[in-house]
Design a protein around this ligand. Sequence first.
Ligand SMILES: [Zn+2]
Length: 236
Amino acid sequence: MAQLNEKEGSIVSYCPSCRGGRSTFEWKIGSQEIGAHERREEDLNWRDCVVSYRLFKCAGCGMGAFGVVKMGGGGNYPGAYNRLIKFFPETKQRLSIPSSVPQGIVTEFREAETCLENQCLRAAAGLIRSVLDKTLRANGYKTKQEYNLYKQIEAAAEDGVITQSRKRRAHDEIRVLGNDVLHDDWHEIPAEDVEAARHYCQRILEDFYDDRESVLTLLREAGRTPEEDRKVEASE
Ligand SMILES: [Zn+2]
C-alpha cells in the first residue's frame, strides 16, 4: 500500500514501471511543483479540510502518477495532518496461497486484498473474517456444537490442524477485528491491523491447504467431514 511521507510530501509505493519495485514518488522536479488542484471539502472529522489532487513522478523511472491527499490543519503541502486517500498506478501486492484452496475462498481472499489496497479497511476486515469462517466450514468445523467462529477456531486447534499460537492469532487478529466491523458501532480501524489479519489469514490457509493430504487424514481421524468427503457422499 502506498505511504505518504508527511514531512517530505513524497509517496513510497510499488511502481509498475519499475517491475513492481518499491520506489519513491516525488511531487517536485528540482524546486518546481509538478502540479496539483486543491479545494476545500466537507469532512466528518476535520472541520478545516482541503483535498489535494496531485501529480507525482517516480524517482526511479520517471513514470507519472496521481495521488489524492486529504489535508487537515489549514491545508499545507507537505504537512503533519495530511493523509493519503488514493494513489495510482500501484503494483498490486498479492500474497501467495496454496493451489488447493477452494475457488470461493480464493476469490473472497483476493477481494479482501482489493478492498485493502483501495483503503476500504472495514470491508477488508469483514472479508478476511469471512475467509476464516468459510475455511473452517469447508473443513467440517461448522457443526451443531461448534456453531460460532470462536468455537470453530478452538476445535481446529484442539484437533491439531492449527497450532496454539496460530489459534491465538486467529482470535485476536482476525475474529475480533471482523466482529468489530460486523457487530460494533462504526469506527475507524487501523490499516496495520487489517494488514496483520491478511497475513495471519494467509498462514491459516497454508495450515489447511499446503499439505492437503496430511490435513485430510488429520480431519478424518478427528471425525470431521471436509468438503472433499461431502462431494463423494453427495454423488453416491
Ligand atoms: Zn518507476
